[in-house]
Design a protein around this ligand. Structure first.
Ligand code: GLY
Ligand code: MN
Ligand code: MN
Length: 424
């Protein structure tokens, strides 16, 4: 396949799936966003993911237009002298963007499904746009060979970074130093950037779900949680490992880590075509709750505790999300579903049946989060089933998350990040 064949095949698949009817499709890349400071600086540019998926390249100001009767048109702005001089840019291939008004005028009166970033002069039809977005997201969920190759490269660079970080975890190392080593190794192994803000939390910071690395130095015997992914050409991995500084966990740390790891392995085994993600999440919540009962943190029967939402004290997030073209990729709900906002489900990033070709994270975690566990309302509600004196002892102890990226197949799921050791 040459580099453009994958794009033709992808566009054909999208065209067959989108229920456009009379409508046409216009997908904008977006424009660089200036920093609020009023200088000439902008945030690093990234095309809208919907545009990138259909254009196959970054192009600020670019537009992909599609009319089922006439096919696909890639419109690109003319490169300016300033861009040539300051950024070394060359003219992107495609139809000049100046042709867009005529393209639209030739289709006057037809609804426009406007995806990606807003495009000047395009009036979106709300219904057509909602429908098109739902079905484009659905199309994006099954990864094509081109995407899978990039995700595998991202996973390999991520593995290199984690190997380096693991070598550096010792008493006295700062979260920032770990981030630097991790990300430098990502770049040395072909990353184009980190896929999201790397999370490095030591001690109590391991219980902050999206902690930004600080100057805090890790102490012997503490947890260090690292959640990071290398990105290659817009495709990212998303991996979490939790280590113990000095490599000699206390009994409760070993048990907590073992509960999360066992739950992760069971959840991955459940990731087969047709499995409902909510069921995989619930089964994992029950398994980890049983682990907390065995540790003496909770009292009662695991399924009944989950029914009462007691697990949310220690596992307050969803089990995972799709990953690839961005760290959330095509997450969300299956066509025709609405998000379930009940407490047990509202933090889930997905509600859909799994299918072969999907790539998703499986990332159970158990944490001692003071913001939840010191809440008087929760303490009263769960007075009978939580061992509060034991919880008090671990309140500054952080938590454990283990996260891998999993390709759903018609057989056993493939763990794309299996090369990254899980040992604490
Ligand atoms: N990488 C952050 C997360 O998925 O939560
Ligand atoms: Mn993550
Ligand atoms: Mn994740």
């Amino acid at each position: 396949m040459n580099s453009n064949d994958f794009l033709s095949a992808r566009r054909a698949r999208v065209a067959a799936l989108l229920p456009l009817g009379e409508a046409v499709l216009v997908v904008g890349a977006g424009q660089p966003i200036p920093l609020p400071e009023g200088s000439d600086q902008t945030y690093a540019f990234r095309s809208h993911a919907e545009y990138f998926y259909l254009a196959g390249a970054e192009c600020a100001g670019g537009v992909v237009a599609f009319d089922p009767g006439a096919g696909w048109t890639a419109l690109v702005p003319a490169v300016t002298e300033g861009e040539r001089v300051w950024e070394g840019r060359t003219q992107a291939e495609g139809t000049p963007l100046a042709a867009l008004p005529a393209w639209l005028a030739a289709r006057r009166g037809r609804p426009v499904a406007a995806l990606g970033a807003a495009v000047e002069g395009v009036a979106a039809d709300t219904d057509a746009t909602t429908r098109a977005r739902m079905w484009l997201t659905e199309a994006r969920r099954t990864k094509d060979a081109h995407e899978l190759a990039l995700i595998r490269r991202a996973a390999a660079a991520t593995a290199a970074g984690f190997a380096r970080a693991r070598e550096c975890v010792r008493a006295g190392v700062t979260e920032r130093a770990l981030q630097i080593e991790l990300e430098a190794e990502f770049f040395r192994h072909g990353a184009t950037r980190p896929g999201y803000g790397s999370i490095v939390g030591s001690g109590p910071n391991a219980a902050v779900l999206h902690f930004e690395p600080s100057a805090r130095a890790a102490r012997a015997g503490e947890f260090v949680l690292i959640d990071a992914g290398a990105e290659v050409a817009r495709y990212t991995a998303d991996v979490t490992r939790t280590f113990v500084v000095g490599g000699a966990p206390e009994a409760w740390q070993r048990e907590l880590h073992a509960v999360v790891l066992a739950a992760e392995r069971s959840a991955i085994a459940r990731c087969v075509p047709g499995a409902e993600w909510k069921d995989v999440h619930r089964a994992c919540a029950v398994e980890m709750t049983a682990g907390l009962v065995a540790m003496g943190v909770l009292r009662g029967e695991a399924a009944a505790l989950v029914e009462r939402e007691a697990h949310l004290l220690f596992f307050p997030h969803g089990l995972g999300h799709m990953v690839g073209l961005g760290v959330r990729d095509g997450s969300g709900v299956a066509p025709g579903r609405v998000k379930d906002t009940r407490p047990m489900w509202r933090t889930l990033r997905m509600d859909l049946p799994l299918a072969a070709g999907y790539v998703l994270t499986v990332e159970p975690g158990l944490y001692f989060i003071p913001a939840l566990l010191n809440d008087p309302e929760r303490r009263a509600r769960f007075r009978d089933c939580v061992n509060w004196p034991l919880v008090e002892r671990h309140l500054a102890g952080g938590g454990v998350r283990i996260e891998d990226d999993v390709l759903i197949t018609t057989g056993t799921p493939e763990v794309l990040t299996a090369a990254i050791p899980t040992a604490p």
